[in-house]
Design a protein around this ligand. Sequence first.
Ligand code: NAD
Length: 177
Amino acid sequence: MRGLYIGRFQPYHLGHQAVLEEIAREVDEIVIVIGSAQESHGPENPFTSGERMEMIYAALGKGELRKRCIVTTLQDINRNSLWVSHLQSMVPCFDLVYSNNPLVIRLFSEAGVEVKKPPLYQRDVYSGSAIRALMRERGDWERLVPPAVAGFIQEINGVERLCQVSKSDSVHSADSA
Ligand code: NAD
């Protein structure tokens, strides 16, 4: 039995990890799809798909769980009605999907694919947008992601990148005007 878990993972956090561990209790293999693969260097999507893949592999470590996971990437398309077919044409076969994202649930359900909703793990705390906000405020974001992911983000100066790409150019324009 193979389950599919799709997310943007901007960044990969402990909520994602908890979901993954839950899925691993139910299926033999997990296809982890890094969505919006074309996005990076923006306030909502600071990390490249390659960096997000590194985060996931770092969090998986070298144990049994890693051997059961296939990590791949997928670009968005601008027609939601065709997205499930697009995904199915690009990723390994799977039997069911795990998601709490309403659009993802809707599109797979309409396509006749079984969708399970994993339990939410403190969604207000463990959420990509809350973690990116903490990063911008130079707050305590590290405790919300697996330690190996925190180390990787520090290695690539991810917080500096996020802060820089989140700035407006108005101050700079005013200075140079
Ligand atoms: P995400 O990283 O925000 O979340 C991934 C999954 O983890 C989601 O199911 C989310 O509900 C769940 N999750 C997050 N925090 C959790 C927590 N604390 N507890 C339990 N579950 C938690 O990613 P996402 O935005 O859901 O990713 C969907 C991807 O699918 C995006 O890349 C999107 O662009 C793509 N998509 C594309 C199209 C298209 O191209 N037309 C259409 C639909 C979806």
